[in-house]
Design a protein around this ligand. Structure first.
Ligand code: PLP
Length: 413
């Protein structure tokens, strides 16, 4: 589409503003139609039928690391080699990640000379743009964050290898390895190998491998991710990686089941700490999930139904970006094969302004900067688009407004 003058753009913007819109594109939540897919699950545990396959009573305490049938599903889901390498926990993987860091701070890992919290400085590498809540966990515990560029193959490994080799206060790195939040990229084979192999000055270094979108493909064309635990074991770095995932965007967000995968010794470390904070997880919900999905194949089959609902929403976002901004050299965006986000880069120094313009016109977007540590996008250019929750009509309207805001901010620059 031909470029409009600043005056024409302003007129268009004012017209949208006058409509009193109230559209929300902030968080990556499943839409109601997606949540409906899992409703039958709610009828699978009844007052007469609530036992595990082995006949355990789910109404009572116990089973710290999950019921056996759910551990089987998580073994395949997290791609570990045995159920000894799995904990099936409560409803949230973020809680498991937070608690891992909390325990490292208070007690340290088995190889830590002192708990992280008693060391003068603890730093984490934060590939960015990345997931805002990983960064808030670091901030919450006073862990210094170092921004590392995210490439289309994963974290910039030249930067990562150099930093971890020379600074022993760098204790870990966050990675969303598949269909990453927000860029949608998947770590290449080489990136996984380098992460597994690299020399780290810190002996208790951990990769926080948040595989939140492992089965969240948008079509048949899918990204493949190398098995990180196997890669680490091959390099003799068995303890390096902690893998997380959940059913939040498979069944019910906030009422799914979360799990952690790692070497058996890391799992035992986590279980010892877990036993101080709980006598066991919600096994009733685990039975519900195990009965509904049956096995990992059942999970994969279910995700095709999600894709049928959300892929058209992603397509609509991309189509409008192409139509309104394509060829104008003012913005670039990702076209992910899975996950929950599209990442939009607008002209340097205008992301905050674009988000404000959109907000004033009734379109709420994730705060500019949120995808970077300390909410500071050094180039002020990244905006995260979350298309799953709004209806198709709302998405199209919101994207048209956003496209005008991007052009207006670019014209004002
Ligand atoms: N990890 C990533 C990368 C996410 O994008 C999200 C939610 O948006 C989560 C974790 C949260 O997962 P959970 O609901 O299991 O805590």
């Amino acid at each position: 589409m031909a470029s409009l003058t600043k005056k024409e753009l302003q007129k268009k913007y004012d017209e949208y503003k006058a409509q009193g819109l109230a559209l929300d594109m902030t968080r990556g939540k499943p839409g109601a139609e997606q949540l409906d897919l899992s409703l039958p699950m709610l009828d699978l545990v009844t007052s007469k039928d609530y036992k595990t396959l082995a006949g355990a009573d789910t109404r009572n305490y116990g089973g710290l690391d999950g019921i056996p049938e759910m551990k089987e599903i998580f073994k395949d889901f997290l791609e570990v080699s045995s159920t000894d390498e799995v904990i099936v926990g409560g409803n949230s993987s973020l809680t498991l990640m937070h608690d891992t860091i909390a325990r490292a701070m208070s007690h340290g890992f088995p190889e830590s000379k002192k708990p992280w919290g008693q060391q003068s400085k603890v730093k984490f590498l934060c590939p960015s743009p990345g997931y805002d809540r990983h960064f808030s966990v670091c901030e919450h515990f006073g862990i210094e964050m170092i921004t590392v560029p995210m490439t289309d193959k994963g974290p910039d490994m030249d930067v990562v290898e150099k930093l971890v080799a020379e600074d022993k206060s760098i204790k870990g790195i966050w990675v969303v390895p598949k269909y990453s939040n927000p860029t949608g990229i998947t770590c290449s084979k080489k990136t996984v190998k380098r992460l597994a192999k690299m020399t780290t000055a810190a002996k208790d270094f951990r990769i926080m491998w948040d595989n939140a979108y492992t089965v969240h493909h948008l079509s048949k064309e899918q990204d493949e991710l190398e098995n990180i635990l196997e890669a680490c074991k091959k390099e003799g770095n068995d303890e390096r990686v902690l893998i997380y995932g959940s059913f939040s965007k498979i069944s019910f967000a906030g009422a799914g089941v979360a799990g952690m995968g790692a070497s058996a010794s890391n799992i035992n470390w986590m279980k010892a700490h877990l036993s101080m904070s709980t006598i066991g997880p919600d096994k009733i919900n685990q039975v519900r999930h195990a009965r509904f999905f049956k096995d990992f194949k059942g999970v994969q089959k279910h995700m095709k139904k999600h894709a049928a609902i959300i892929a058209p929403k992603f397509d609509a976002v991309i189509e409008i970006l192409e139509k309104e901004l394509g060829g104008k050299k003012i913005a670039t965006w990702t076209v992910p094969k899975g996950g929950y986000f599209i990442s939009l880069d607008v002209p340097k120094g205008t992301a905050k302004q674009v988000v404000k313009l959109a907000s004033d016109a009734g379109v709420k977007l994730t705060a500019a900067g949120a995808t970077f540590p300390y909410m500071k996008d050094p180039k002020d250019e990244n905006i995260r688009i979350a298309p799953t929750l709004p209806s198709m009509g709302e998405i199209k309207l919101a994207m048209r407004v956003l496209a005008v805001c991007v052009q207006l901010a670019a014209a004002k620059k």
